[in-house]
Design a protein around this ligand. Structure first.
Ligand code: AMP
Length: 423
């Protein structure tokens, strides 16, 4: 027997209703902020991610699904969305449209990660990018989209962690101070941090190893080294967040390790903290377009993990949609009644309601059990008497009340009742 590959999951209909609900709310929130949907390919040239995510990152070094197709192209399943979205922005000349270009997507991404609760090899993200304008209001708006989306789902006790990591002007000075802080303590830090000290010092700050914590906590803070432009940007962002009443916590150790990340970084974390807990994170990447061969183009965005968001909705007991159920279940007895039921059900559907017809050859008692199990609001009984008189018996499965309704009135009356029940 085959099973789904490790780190992947099937979504059955009862769960698909929850997924659809969460994705529709994400899209609606993004659209309320003026974001349009973009859909990019599931795979891209591997080089896009090597440059756009960074050759030295875990995502690219250890986790990328990279393959050659039969034509010999070097391709990779997307491990994130931003590189693809910026590629599309450059490829389609979106710089000639009003800036910033605001884009959202709902997509599956792929990472060869060690699977556990909240960590999968294929998972879904809600991704938002504002490209082409360095205005700190864009930073504030992407934070707001993520926050309003999560809050709107009913999630509580979330925290937004916020930091600014400066830019090409001020970061070198910060890195010098950081390295000077770590050098004398080289003997005390973990092997990963020893490596980071040489290759990517900024990442020293997000080390999770216990022995590095006191050193990282006492390290210099990026916000104390911001140049005037970065300071103004950060102050303005905080002003907008305050104006929109978006709560946040300044977190000096929050970083992104690659050079094209600039200024703003943020994360949203639920109350049950842990390595696998972050619901979403993002920041500004003013150097990315250039890294991909385009003109310098500012951008800011985030990615939120929908699998984890759904886990948290369940954990926090947030309201979730009921599983899909038909409005009407037709319970025919015998072949002729089944033909009649098929015709009537089709007319009900064409008027916009959902109708099922009991299949197989079953007793009326078994049919009514099927009707109840389907979750339908009404059962329509079509037996011998009903066929002869061309009048169906409609049973309200909530209160058990029955009515007789002529066949030709049935589709219209059921569709109207279903639409009233839904509103
Ligand atoms: P990242 O693109 O790494 O910043 O991740 C953005 C969000 O995607 C995270 O905050 C998580 O919610 C989610 N995420 C990252 N990796 C995984 C994974 N392996 N499985 C499920 N969700 C993930």
């Amino acid at each position: 027997m085959y099973q789904s590959p490790r780190g992947t999951r099937d979504v059955l209909p009862e769960d698909a209703a929850v997924w659809r609900y969460v994705e529709e709310r994400a899209a609606a929130e993004a659209r309320r902020f003026g974001y349009g949907e973009i859909r990019t390919p599931t795979f891209e040239d591997a080089g896009l991610f090597l440059r756009g995510v960074g050759a030295g990152t875990d995502i690219v070094e250890k986790e990328i699904y990279r393959f050659q197709d039969k034509g010999g192209s070097d391709l990779a399943l997307r491990p994130e969305a931003t590189a693809s979205v910026v590629r599309a922005y450059l490829e389609h000349g979106l710089a000639s449209r009003p800036q910033p270009v605001k884009l959202y997507s709902l997509l599956s991404v792929f990472r060869y990660d060690r699977p556990q609760a909240g960590r999968y090899r294929e998972f879904r993200q809600f991704n938002v990018e504002a490209i082409g304008d360095a205005d700190p209001l864009a930073d504030a708006e992407v934070v707001a989209i993520l926050w309003r989306f999560l809050e709107g789902l009913g999630l509580r006790n979330l925290t937004v962690f916020l930091n600014s990591i400066g830019d090409a002007v001020c970061r070198p000075g910060f890195i010098r101070a950081l390295v000077a802080h770590y050098e004398p303590r080289k003997a005390e830090i973990c092997p990963d941090c020893s490596r980071r000290l040489d290759t990517n010092p900024l990442r020293l700050l997000d080390c999770k190893n216990a022995r590095c914590q006191p050193i990282a906590d006492a390290a210099p803070r990026t916000v104390d080294y911001l140049c005037p432009d970065c300071q103004r940007h950060f102050d303005a962002l905080r002003g907008y967040l305050q104006a929109m009443e978006l709560p946040y916590e300044l977190t000096p150790r929050l970083v992104r390790g690659l050079d094209y990340y600039t200024r703003t970084v943020f994360e949203v974390v639920p109350p049950t903290a842990g390595a696998q807990s972050t619901l979403g994170g993002g920041g500004r990447y003013d150097g990315l377009a250039e890294q991909l061969g385009g003109k310098p183009t500012p951008g800011v965005g985030f990615a939120a993990g929908l699998d984890r968001i759904i886990l948290n909705l369940e954990e926090q007991g947030c309201p979730l949609p009921a599983p899909d159920a038909p409005d009407v279940f037709f319970a025919p007895l015998g072949d002729e009644a089944k033909r009649q039921a098929a015709a009537l059900a089709d007319r009900v559907r064409r008027q916009g309601a959902a109708a099922l017809v009991g299949m197989g050859d079953r007793s009326m008692k078994a049919r009514l059990r099927q009707a109840a199990a389907s979750g339908a609001r009404w059962a329509v009984i079509v037996g011998e008497d009903e066929l002869r008189e061309e009048v169906a018996t409609v049973k309200d499965l909530r209160d058990g009340e029955q009515q007789r309704v002529p066949f030709d009135e049935l589709p219209g009356r059921l569709a109207a009742a279903a639409s009233e029940a839904a509103s």
